[in-house]
Design a protein around this ligand. Sequence first.
Ligand code: DQA
Length: 147
Amino acid sequence: MSRTVAVLHGPSLNLLGRREPAIYGTTTLAEIDQRLASLGDTLGVRVECAQRNGEGELIDVVHGWAGRVTGALVNAGAYTHTSLALRDALVAVQVPFVEVHLTNVHAREAERRRSMLAPAAVGVVCGFGAASYEHALRALVGHLSPT
Ligand code: DQA
């Protein structure tokens, strides 16, 4: 298995399962990561997951992808809406990525409708709860290996 897909979770996503469950559901981050690893096996990619709370820490993880990672799923949490620095890092390492959200950010508060990352993304998957990540992984692998 030669290709690695990185998954990056941003601030407070470590609290999934007990963070506002009416909005974000009850699935934990560990469960999401397990499902992605298993789906990765099916799709023939290695999945490498990380979660960080700080903007600079997220950028450091992205820098570590350079020349090593084939593609990525990025749920940057609230930094999605504010961080030009994170977009710059993603563009700098030239790793194709899908922006992911559990919730449909376009159906929420106005400040969540703007994404700093989306202009640089291959695509965006949002609104399917924990399954957003699995849909995004299938979509990314399909994008990387068009039939
Ligand atoms: C989120 C949506 C963001 O607006 C929010 O700040 C999050 C989670 C989501 O997955 O739905 O932390 O990225």
